[in-house]
Design a binder for this molecule. Structure first.
Ligand code: HEC
Length: 130
């Protein structure tokens, strides 16, 4: 009995405090920046304008298109080159390509890196250009 109690005491902290899952770095960017328009479930919205759903979106299959939209903006979507770092842009694109029913981060293009964002996409707008 004493051994049982002792082993429960030793095991208890391991049960009580499961190792926290490391959150994807792009999740925070998504929640702080993208969610306001694209919604927490990435389903987008139709209201004053149409906000494209990112959930189950085949346009995210290859990294080039989302990199170009996020760096350069599109329609009512603002551009983020210069507002977010290349790393933050890479992280958030990797996050949406691998969540909300998308599994493209395991497919062609794989993980989106800061180097890919730096090398492709749309350059930062210069003052007066837009
Ligand atoms: C101010 C609102 C707003 C914010 C903030 C915003 N978006 Fe968008 N986003 C839009 C709108 C509107 C569109 C549709 C643009 C169009 O096609 O004309 C769009 C389109 C997109 C597309 C293209 C989808 C497709 O299938 O064509 C991607 C990818 C995207 N957004 C990702 C993001 C990410 C990642 C963030 C955060 C860094 C973000 N957006 C932040 C409004 C927003």
């Amino acid at each position: 009995m004493r051994i049982l109690i002792l082993s429960l005491l030793i095991a208890a902290p391991a049960i009580a405090a499961p190792k926290p899952a490391v959150p994807h770095p792009g999740a925070e960017v998504y929640q702080n920046v993208c969610q306001a328009c694209h919604m927490a479930n990435a389903m987008g919205a139709v209201g004053a304008g149409r906000i494209t759903a990112l959930a189950r979106n085949p346009n995210l299959q290859y990294p080039e298109y989302p990199i170009s939209v996020v760096t350069g903006g599109k329609g009512a979507m603002p551009w983020f080159r210069g507002q977010l770092t290349d790393q933050e842009i890479a992280d958030v694109i990797d996050y949406v390509r691998g969540n909300f029913g998308n599994r493209y981060n395991k497919g062609p293009g794989g993980k989106v890196t800061a180097a890919m964002v730096a090398e492709s996409g749309v350059a930062a707008p210069t003052r007066g250009e837009r």
